[in-house]
Write a protein that binds this ligand. Structure first.
Ligand code: HSE
Length: 426
């Protein structure tokens, strides 16, 4: 027996077009294997007459009114792929309040207002799924939800911005300038409409904030992540690092150590021999360390129309099954409350780029209490520096420091709430 689910979609850009294309292509299979007919009743756009890359199926209404979808009592499931924050938030709230399940690709919104929207979804007995918001085509959120339910995640390290990885890979491999590589990423449709969030690390930070909710039951705040982007990285730096066995990557990391969460989004020198050092172009990768499975790595396209649309549609299928069976399962309640520390605060080794002479560098390195070793012209390796030593060095010299992956000195911070032996009453 086939159940028909009435679907409305907000937005018809890159991801929306992919959703329509894939849905049309696999509709018969979904009906045969899942017993579901997904009827795309209406699509809301801002400009009715704008040219479209993909045709809507016969019988799908095109409207320029969001209310036509979120207020239509026949529509049971709303796909939000508009890519705005304030308008999308209002639309999702309206849909949830009227009992519709929602699937969204909106990482900015789910990172910043996810807890509020998830609570609203639970209150109204609706699903709110957002697989497509992190790592494009990699089914990482559902994997964390389903396959790690009996495991305990300790580390998540990802390359989760396809545009930044595309730019850094192009600068390293073909010597392209930053600007040239960015233009190519925009032309390929990987970058956001305004690529600022891609290159400043904000996009990766939003995705990390969401990943942390799934991995540790604790969403991070933007202040805690304090992202550093790739705008100051040069082609010369990428190539010098690569000559000596490192790839500069925009890494997003969150780890649990000794009752604390440590996080960071920043350019990091990743050894080329590491799996993450070999992830190039728009590819994303998420490496997970967990108690039961150990090390696992998930890779795939981090952006692109059909890959992201597939993540949207896999959520749509689960939400549609739940509607048919009258169960809703929006999960990921915020349950953790560990103190959060930025990984940049830990002592660690750095690749240093500076045009100063080795004599000058040596002098200031001695003053900052660290040792320095030349790697290639203008590129040096520094032994583990504390945050204070790093700041002292940066105050004295024009020097750019890129942390080297895996060199952090994990010293558990002193927990001031714990009584020390000297003040325990006996
Ligand atoms: N601009 C994003 C990226 C798209 O480059 O990863 C997918 O979120």
């Amino acid at each position: 027996m086939t159940t028909t689910i009435e679907v409305g979609m907000l937005g018809f850009g890159t991801v929306g077009s992919g959703v329509v294309l894939r849905l049309t292509r696999v509709a018969a299979r979904i009906e045969r294997t899942q017993g579901l007919r997904l009827h795309l009743a209406a699509v809301a756009v801002s400009h009715l007459n704008a040219p479209r890359a993909v045709q809507l199926p016969l019988g799908t209404r095109l409207t320029d009114s969001i209310a036509d979808i979120v207020d239509d009592p026949r529509i049971q499931l709303v796909i939000e792929v508009m890519g705005t924050v304030a308008t999308a938030k209002r639309a999702i709230i309206a849909a949830l309040v009227s009992g519709k399940s929602v699937v969204t690709a909106n990482k900015d919104l789910m990172a910043t207002a996810g807890d509020q929207l998830l609570a609203l979804a639970r209150r109204h007995h609706c699903d709110l799924f957002y697989e497509a918001s992190v790592a494009g085509g990699i089914p990482i959120l559902r994997t964390l939800t389903d396959s790690y339910v009996t495991d305990t995640v300790t580390e998540v390290t990802g390359i989760i911005n396809g545009t930044a990885n595309y730019i850094l890979s192009a600068m390293t491999a073909s010597g392209r300038s930053y600007q040239h590589a960015l233009t190519a990423a925009q032309r390929a449709g990987y970058a956001e409409t305004d690529p600022t969030n891609d290159v400043t690390g904000l996009d990766a930070a939003y995705k990390l904030m969401i990943l942390s909710r799934f991995a540790f039951g604790q969403a991070l705040t933007l202040q805690q992540v304090a992202p550093v982007g790739i705008t100051n990285i040069t082609t010369e730096q990428c190539q010098s690092a690569a000559c000596c066995g490192w790839q500069i990557k925009l890494l997003a990391e969150v780890q649990r150590h000794a009752g604390h969460l440590y996080c960071r989004v920043a350019p990091v020198a990743v050894p080329t021999s590491e799996a993450l050092g070999q992830v190039v172009g728009v590819q994303n990768a998420v490496a997970i360390q967990s108690e039961a499975i150990g090390a696992s790595l998930y890779t795939g396209p981090g952006a692109g129309s059909t890959a992201t649309a597939n993540s949207v549609l896999s959520d749509v299928i689960v939400a549609a099954q739940h509607l048919r069976e009258d169960v809703r399962a929006t999960v990921n309640e915020q349950c953790g409350s560990l103190p959060v520390i930025n990984i940049g605060e830990l002592p660690q080794a750095y690749l240093a780029f500076s045009a100063s002479t080795i004599m000058e560098l040596q002098y200031y390195a001695n003053e900052a209490d660290c040792s320095i070793r030349p790697v290639t012209a203008n590129c040096y390796q520094l032994t583990a520096l504390t945050a204070a030593q790093r700041q002292r060095l940066q105050a004295r010299l024009a020097i750019q420091l890129i942390p080297i992956m895996g060199t952090e000195v994990w010293s558990a911070p002193v927990d001031m709430s714990m009584p020390s032996p000297s003040n325990v009453a006996i």
